[in-house]
Write a protein that binds this ligand. Sequence first.
Ligand code: AMP
Ligand code: MG
Length: 305
Amino acid sequence: MAFPTETVYGLGADALNLDAVKKVFEAKGRPGDNPLIVHIASSKQLDDIVDEMPEKGKLLAEAFWPGPLTLVVKRTILISDLVTANLDTVAVRMPNHPVPLAMIQALGEGIVGPSANLSGRPSPTTAQHVYDDLRGSVDLILDAGPAAIGLESTVVDVTAEPPAILRLGGLTRERIEELIGSVEVQVGIDRAKRSPGTRHRHYAPRARVLLVKSGDVENFARVLQEQRQHGKRVGCVVNSSLLAKVESGQYFRVLPTSLDILARYLFRTLRELDALGLDVIIVEGVPEEGLGATIMDRLRRASEP
Ligand code: AMP
Ligand code: MG
């Protein structure tokens, strides 16, 4: 069943029940080489799942769990190859939301919980998004209102030294480095090797996404005009006061410049514009600091051809 978390909605199944786990891959159309995150409700549950928790992993867990942090660690034999896509590591997270915490406690075991969207689409930040993508293929959707963060968790591989961020997310690199010192941020081929899920097309609306630099009015106006001249139906998502003045209307969305609020509305706005049946969505980028780095990662992936 689908459940709310503070990051995005998840699709939950008993992590030790292989039939249930298989159904999660099927419902999402998720490639079998993209491993799942196991969600836990208390640190005691780590014993069954994790073979060895490095010191820096402990520090991170103490500081940021429950929260938008996923740790990649060596796994025990209790965790199936299906969950980890044959890797010898497992990804674990303790979500900061009363609903999944209660579900996990009631079950007494970890649950897998990938984002509850069709593979490749923007992650669901409301129960309605889950319904739009997975209606008919999940038994139950628990609705607890919009997700507070609106972006997925930050995935940190703590088996490596220095630890590596395999996916930027709701917990910023800056806060991680304040606590455990410098980390690597994996991109490109290295990331694809270590985090198979990042290989696939992701976060993409049906319309083509064109990314324009933050505050670049000239380029924005040029791209908009070009697309219209080609007869394209164009929507826009901007945030700076400079670009906010260019147009108005339901195809022209202005998000707040505050990054945590922008993050909360980003996937939702892409989905809303997509529902208008556009050909192209022009999105203004954000400065690449803090949550801005995560937002830009998602926008770049969404704009990949
Ligand atoms: P999702 O649950 O859909 O938000 O995606 C889970 C993310 O965690 C994907 O990017 C996976 O590739 C990554 N992940 C899960 N398990 C592992 C693992 N054992 N090693 C590296 N990355 C992982
Ligand atoms: Mg996902």
